[in-house]
Write a protein that binds this ligand. Structure first.
Ligand code: PAP
Length: 322
């Protein structure tokens, strides 16, 4: 049976008793767990995920730091992988939020969603498709050791911050001022942060194992969706045939998953993912460079310096404007 709110709170209290906690850029306390800042609501799910998840070679895992394009990538990869099963006119993405079709491993599958996660997982049709915000170093070993594939998305840290700040303020009980949130973000104290170690972990793995991790940037995806839809399909071992290409399949998937289309769907305007999250919270502006409307010159200087310090020498860089 799913846990009640009170049982959840008790479990969280027991699990987090010895962990250092901070108020961070999130909706509740963040706990320092395995060297990252884990939201309290995800700890039990994460432990279960680490203990019980057995990856299959055919699994597809969409990994991301929060607010970097997860919803979009889930929708695109779901549409790509399942293109033989659903027609575009009658597609599940027209009536379900992408997070309902591709479930979060730590927040949903191994947390409050499923009565018996192991049984549920064994019954899923292959290829199974999941999402996670867990840093690479905390993923279960079977994900690392199996041939399952990970698609990772990240985004320039300026826009990621603004997207996170506006999002968490919609679901937090107490409003977080921009300056306070920015300090937390610069100190790495945000959900699944620090953001630099999260992206560097997957970045390095994608270089060491390019067949295992496909590393994408939100800005690149926006610049050329067509190219990336093709490369995601190739990476997942289901490339588009010449016939599919000439029939306009790639364009249809791009349109189905576009921000404008998804944001305007009834399901995404009026329904909820759970008790606190409205589907519409996942769709705000979807712009590159919206941060200019929020950042002061000193904030620009501070975050640029952190990016320089943390990412220098890694080869990882971002486009800040469209
Ligand atoms: P999550 O981590 O909570 O799942 P995530 O989907 O990663 O959130 O990020 C949300 C951002 O992606 C929002 O950016 P914004 O705040 O700057 O507007 C959201 O608008 C954007 N987004 C959602 N769906 C799409 C889409 N289909 N195409 C492009 N961007 C999208």
């Amino acid at each position: 049976m799913a846990l009640t709110g009170v049982q959840h709170a008790n479990e969280e209290e027991n699990l987090t008793f010895n962990l250092h906690r901070e108020r961070g850029l999130s909706y509740s306390y963040l706990y320092l767990f395995q060297e990252f800042w884990c939201p309290g609501a995800a700890i039990q799910g994460l432990i279960n995920f680490q203990k019980h998840f057995q990856a299959k070679d055919s699994d597809v895992i969409v990994a991301s730091f929060p607010k970097t394009g997860t919803t979009w990538l889930i929708a695109l990869s779901f549409a790509i992988v399942n293109r033989q099963h659903f027609s575009i006119e009658n597609h599940p993405l027209l009536t379900s939020n992408p997070h309902k079709l591709v479930r979060s491993l730590e927040f949903k599958i191994f947390c409050d969603d499923v009565h018996d996660p192991i049984l549920h997982l064994s019954k899923m049709t292959e290829p199974r498709h999941f999402s996670t915000h867990t840093p690479l170093t905390s993923l279960p070993m079977s994900i690392i050791e199996s041939s399952c594939r990970i698609i990772y998305i990240c985004r320039n840290p300026f826009d990621t911050f603004v997207s996170a700040w506006t999002y968490f303020n919609k679901i937090r009980p107490r409003f977080l001022a921009l300056e306070e949130a920015f300090e937390m973000y610069c100190n790495g104290i945000s959900s699944f942060g620090p953001w630099w170690s999260h992206m560097l972990g997957y970045w390095k793995e994608s270089i060491a194992r390019p067949n295992k991790v496909l590393f994408l940037k939100y800005e690149d995806l926006k610049e050329d969706v067509n190219f990336h839809v093709k490369s995601i399909a190739e990476f997942l071992g289901c490339p588009f045939t010449k016939e599919e290409e000439s029939d306009g399949m790639i364009e249809s998937i791009m349109k189905l998953c576009s921000f404008e289309k998804m944001k305007a769907l009834e399901v995404n305007m009026y329904e909820k993912l759970d008790t606190v999250i409205d589907n519409k919270f996942f769709f705000r502006k979807a712009e590159i460079g919206d941060w200019v409307n929020y950042f002061s010159p000193s904030m620009i200087q501070k975050l640029s310096k952190i990016i320089e310090e943390k990412l220098s020498g890694s080869g990882l860089s971002f486009k800040m404007h469209s």
